[in-house]
Design a protein around this ligand. Sequence first.
Ligand code: NAD
Length: 417
Amino acid sequence: MSHHVNVLEMARQQLAVAARYLDLDEGLHAVLARPKCQMIVNFPVVLDNGQVECFEGFRVQHNASRGPTKGGIRYHHDVDLDETTALAMWMTWKCAVVNIPYGGAKGSVRINVKKYSRREIEKLTRRFVSEITAIIGERADIPAPDIGTNEQVMAWIMDTFSMHAGHTTPGVVTGKPIALGGSEGRKEATGRGVIVAAEEAAKLCNIDLGNCSVVVQGFGNVGSVAAMLAERNGATVVGVSDARGAIYNPKGLPIAELYERYSGRDGGIQEYKDCERITNEELLALPCDVLIPSAIAAQIRGDNAGNVKAKMIVEGANGPTTPEADHILNDKGILCVPDILANAGGVVVSYFEWVQDLQNFFWEEGEVNNKLERIMRRSFHAVQAAMAEHKTDMRTAAHIIGVKRVADATMTRGIYP
Ligand code: NAD
């Protein structure tokens, strides 16, 4: 957690705001402010040098009223139980905002993946899945990729779970390679959804997305695809960054080239020469039309939100903006399309992948992308309508929709027994 922001406190504050608008029952509010299940595991892995190292991992399920829980697995050196719980809670609202039949979950292992070999990551993944196997499953809780994990890790998760089950179970995890029951369009889905949300938001801000400047923080799965699609649409991407730092060129950066030739190198995009090297903090304050934070949480805070010069922010990352920053951005008239709407494209296509796996019947990429786009636009318009109805900002409007759907489902099912 950067700058000691308690991300779970952030998520709870956002819930409390929506609860006030909805006049939510106090007891139900207390239920929704807590996760239904938190699993903490400590497990050993034999490293390549023969030594044993112990790792800490978490799987948190927040709410399952609307269906099985769903959420990514993160490998990051700085993750903890509170942050994993916040991410699970946001997943619950996100699935409800785009109206797909899931509750929210999240998993994580505290590890700096760069320090370990492929074989060590494979062993760690297989052992972690074995430790949480009692609570995941294709009808119970379905993991997916997040920071530090990718298609290969998802393949190991699927294989490990299947070995225990005694038969191949592709529906237990999404974001798999296409050859193993993955979906066309899944890898690009989050970034693609971010750009669809940006297109809709641009209409509200009178920005021409085909002729504007864009800054993207984070050049991983979400950030690189968002930057690439923005460039393809005609925008000039003037700044991008990764964990090492940021690069800037007001005339534009060649995103496809950065992705293909630089992102895989040891030095990453920093090795590109025709640019100015700046910090991630400076990147967030660059003059631009659209800022797309796509890295980690709590990047735009009370102490730096005043420096943001973008006309709108579209959150590819989860929780990049703190509640203090939200107030400042709202006062400055900067539209912020919140994470639980803007980056929902990933879980939407994960849902498509799961449906395809359960049916053993696979769709073409065009069909996936069209269905994704329709859901993103429909959800955006619903949130826009809630903004107008409740005269509030977009994050609160999205929470009002998400929390209401979950609260209604919880009460209609009834509290067991
Ligand atoms: P990734 O691991 O592929 O990429 C993360 C990127 O962020 C990398 O470029 C990394 O160098 C950079 N980064 C890490 N720490 C940083 C820091 N302190 N400052 C600047 N950059 C930093 O991860 P991803 O899957 O692209 O996820 C990025 C964000 O998007 C996360 O917040 C994640 O929760 C969210 N998200 C991901 C998906 C998905 O489908 N992968 C879906 C919804 C939301």
